[in-house]
Design a protein around this ligand. Structure first.
Ligand code: 26Y
Length: 819
């Protein structure tokens, strides 16, 4: 028998080699001899994608056959990171592809580095969406991710003279081999204009929206492969395009500018990701973006629903829509509009469907991140939606009045429209009213939501509120990022941990095994050498891989307190200046993170870190015991290099401010010990790994509140703490700014006069705790024991557990097995 292997599906090394060369020649359009590594990457990616397509169609067919309820995860951000290595792991193709690539004369590691990551998110919220897609595909939860195919993702960051400089991120420069454009499934989205009444053939009064402009949304699909589940779900990102490429009348009358004006408006909508993390700007384009992808998604679902031969009034039985924060919450009004205006349902039926479809995840308590739109702006962009929101609100407020007899203060707090002064549409209120479940992302965060930000809603509908603690995917964040430690763990406990992270519990016993600890340290050292080489290449700074790697990577924000870390570094620095021969185990302080371009204080914090680095790194008294490095352009790819190499994970936000944190989980899974406050998921991580294996400091969320309520005076702390004073005075004096005493003035003034994030209140507790860290680090055996126990006990923080909770408690979907 002659067996013929299909070059698009076969997985033998020989077939993969043929397929790569075929794709290189016929798709990329080059030859093996001439291909750059970038082109070779594309050929490998196409080869992998070919092997996904059959699963993708099989998955869809299977969902259809089993008539399942589908989860639609609506998110303005998906911070996916590079796909190749993750897909190879999940498809179990890593070894044959590695070999095929090697036999074609290239190195898989080098090829993987060519992929430019789709940076379609700012930070935690966008990355969480990506982890959840991975877990849904792994567990077989039918799901579609809906979002925007931004042409420019989060800016790339350069550091010049210590300051952040932003460069545009044209991630599509070399094309994107993972996506498939589906122009036949395009939909139209309207903006502006007016509404008008009409009477339908049954004599019923109806309203229709006559938009002033219409854009086309075209979906681009990226397959999301589960870990060895045989399942591929769909990430559908929408690109905005013009409905007509030309306005011929204007063109013909000589108005060339006018001829393309509509095109510019349409194409701008999906042009660029807003780089603000947790601070609203109130820009029209942002509302246009939110409405754009939300409307595209809902129209797509309705099309799929009807195409399957179902009636519109069963919509909520077949679709569960998760709102990733309030960014897609306009969907509540849009679904009502589609059902009532376009599909002719009556209001009550439409509301029953809508309010049994949506659920809302809140990701932040910060008041400056709670979205609200000025009513006039909202009315001019979405006039029909404002009418619908008014109707939802009127009915809702009458329910509130019934429930809380006569409490008009409460009515005005809960109203979707903020009627005070300049009027606003409050998107969190709309999301709560339109959803059957509302969740926070860590236990403390959910409690604070119920007690504060959403208290009135909790009192009206306590049954709506639920906690789902965040999780991260151990595939990308352990297996792909840290192959050395993964191999070590798999040798001891098998590879079951990849889809059941609780299995790492079996490592607990090995914490007491001296040989295992030695092996653990050897692996850790190798991983640190890998990062050391990268640091040298990226910054020119050479660090010592046997020093402690003390790492703080996340968006730069005052509440995350990167500047508290600086106060610690300077405290150590002055100890060494006083006693140059003091014995001190060397530490390398690694920072990374982007500041929103308009956030002056965050940018000043970056400058401060770099200024301190410049002085400390070159001071002969320090003798290399302290090294400070700011790693430019922190993104998913860099995270994958950094988490595995960390010894100490810094999670030092002001208690009550960080909703959950997810970096904290990535570090601990990789065996870093955490120094942190009782904030967000830190609390649950500490409970899971054992209080004795976690470095705790600082005020609790309650203490933070009462400290502020009692009239907090940071200057008094400064005056009474000589070490803190020395540090602050040194920055003031210009010691780190070439004698410029004004440079850091805004930062210092804020700390001395108001210190809203309580750095001074937590300073001494932080320093004392860091001294305990130093003490324990001297005992490497003890440190390894604690590190192993951390890694072994992180099972709860797999996103698989989070997705199971969403599936059971919110979506009411069952995982399928392939038919
Ligand atoms: C309104 C707009 C400016 C906006 C843009 C981005 C508002 C919020 C955000 C992003 C929020 C965010 O990333 N929140 C983070 O979500 C993570 C996942 O739940 C949490 O772990 C993290 O604590 C929280 O800060």
């Amino acid at each position: 028998i002659v067996q013929i292997e299909d070059d698009r599906t076969a997985t033998s090394v020989e077939a993969l080699k043929r397929a790569i060369l075929d794709n290189l020649y016929y798709i990329v359009g080059t030859t093996q001899a001439n291909a750059s590594n970038q082109e070779f990457f594309a050929a490998v990616a196409y080869t992998v994608r070919d092997r996904i397509l059959a699963r993708w169609f099989a998955t869809l067919a299977c969902y259809k056959q089993q008539d399942v309820r589908v989860v639609c995860y609506l998110s303005a951000e998906f911070l996916m990171g590079p796909h190749l290595a993750n897909n190879l792991l999940n498809l179990d193709l890593e070894e044959p592809i590695r070999q095929a690539v090697a036999e074609l004369g290239r190195d898989l590691g080098v090829i993987e580095e060519q992929e430019s990551e789709p940076g379609l998110g700012n930070g935690g919220l966008g990355r969480l969406a990506a982890c959840y897609l991975d877990s849904m595909a792994t567990l077989g939860v039918p799901a579609i991710g809906y979002g925007i195919r931004y042409e420019f993702g989060i800016f790339s960051q350069q550091i010049r003279d210590g300051w952040q400089v932003e460069l545009t991120d044209y991630w599509l420069r070399y094309g994107n081999p993972w996506e498939i454009r589906h122009p036949h499934e395009a939909v139209e989205v309207g903006y502006g204009g007016r509404t008008e009444g009409w009477t339908d053939s049954t004599g019923r009064y109806r309203v229709r929206w006559v938009p002033a402009s219409v854009v086309r949304g075209v979906p681009y699909n990226t397959p999301i492969v589960g870990y060895r589940s045989g399942i591929a779900n769909d990430l559908r990102l929408w690109r905005s395009e013009s409905t007509e490429s030309f306005y011929f009348d204007r063109f013909n009358s000589g108005d060339y500018q006018g001829a393309v004006a509509g095109k510019t408006f349409a194409e701008n909508i999906s042009k660029v990701l807003y780089p603000n993390d947790e601070e609203i700007q109130g820009k029209e384009l942002r509302l246009q973006q939110q409405y754009f992808f939300t409307s595209c998604a809902l129209q797509d679902m309705i099309r799929l629903h009807l195409r399957a031969g179902r009636q519109i009034d069963t919509f909520h039985e077949k679709w569960a829509i998760q709102l990733n924060d309030t960014h897609p919450s306009i969907g509540v009004a849009e679904l009502m509009r589609l059902l009532v205006d376009e599909h002719g349902l009556d209001w009550e039926k439409a509301w029953e469907i809508t309010s049994n479809t949506f659920s809302y995840t809140n990701h932040t308590l910060l008041p400056e991140a709670l979205e609200r739109w000025p009513r006039p702006m909202f009315a001019s962009i979405l006039p029909r939606h404002l009418e619908i929101i008014n109707e939802i609100n009127a009915r809702f407020l009458s329910e509130v009045r019934k429930h809380f007899d006569g409490d008009e203060a409460r009515v005005s707090r809960m109203s979707i429209i903020d009627e005070h002064g300049e009027k606003f549409v409050r998107m969190a209120n709309l999301a709560c009213v339109g959803s059957y479940r509302v969740n926070g992302v860590a236990a403390l965060h959910t409690e604070l939501l119920k007690k504060e930000v959403l208290r009135d809603f909790y009192e009206l509908w306590p049954e709506k509120f639920i906690n789902v603690t965040n999780g991260v995917t151990p595939r990308r964040w352990l297996a792909v990022s840290n192959p050395e430690q993964s191999a070590l763990m798999t040798r001891r406990v098998g590879n079951g941990w990849l889809n059941n992270l609780d299995e790492l519990k079996q490592l607990e016993g090995l914490a007491e095994d001296a040989a295992f600890r030695a092996e653990w340290r050897r692996v850790q050292h190798d991983v640190k050498v890998r990062l050391t080489n990268y640091i040298l290449e990226a910054t020119g700074i050479s660090v010592d891989p046997s020093s402690m790697f003390d790492v703080l990577v996340k968006r730069i924000h005052e509440y995350k307190r990167q500047h508290l870390k600086v106060l610690h570094i300077l405290t150590l620095y002055f100890r060494l200046k006083r006693k140059p021969n003091l014995e001190m185990a060397p530490r390398t302080f690694l920072f990374g993170g982007k500041a929103a371009p308009g956030y002056a204080m965050a940018k000043l914090i970056i400058k401060l870190i770099n200024s301190v680095a410049e002085v400390v790194n070159t001071d002969p008294d320090v003798k290399h015991r302290l090294k400070v490095v700011f790693l430019p352009d922190y993104d998913v790819s860099l995270g994958q290099k950094v988490y595995p190499a960390a010894d100490l994970s810094e999670q030092i936000s002001t208690a009550g401010k960080e909703a959950s944190g997810t970096g904290n989980m990535k570090f601990a899974m990789n065996g870093a010990l955490t120094i942190g406050t009782l904030d967000g998921a830190n609390i649950e991580i500490r409970d899971a790994v054992g209080h004795e294996n976690f470095f705790l400091f600082g005020l609790t969320a309650d203490q933070v509140q009462s400290t502020l309520a009692q009239g907090y005076r940071p200057r008094a702390i400064y005056e009474s703490n000589p070490f803190l004073r020395e540090v602050i005075d040194s920055i003031s004096s210009g010691q780190f700014s070439h004698r410029d005493q004004n440079l850091f003035r805004p930062l210092l003034d804020q700390l001395l006069n108001s210190d809203p994030y309580l750095l001074f209140a937590d300073y001494q507790s932080y320093i004392d705790c860091q001294d305990r860290v130093t003490e324990i680090y001297r005992d490497q055996e003890q440190w390894s024991r604690m590190a192993i126990l951390n890694a072994a006990r992180m099972g709860k923080f797999s996103s698989d557990r989070s997705i199971r909770e969403y599936s059971e408690n919110i979506w009411r979907v069952a995982a399928i097995t392939l038919c």
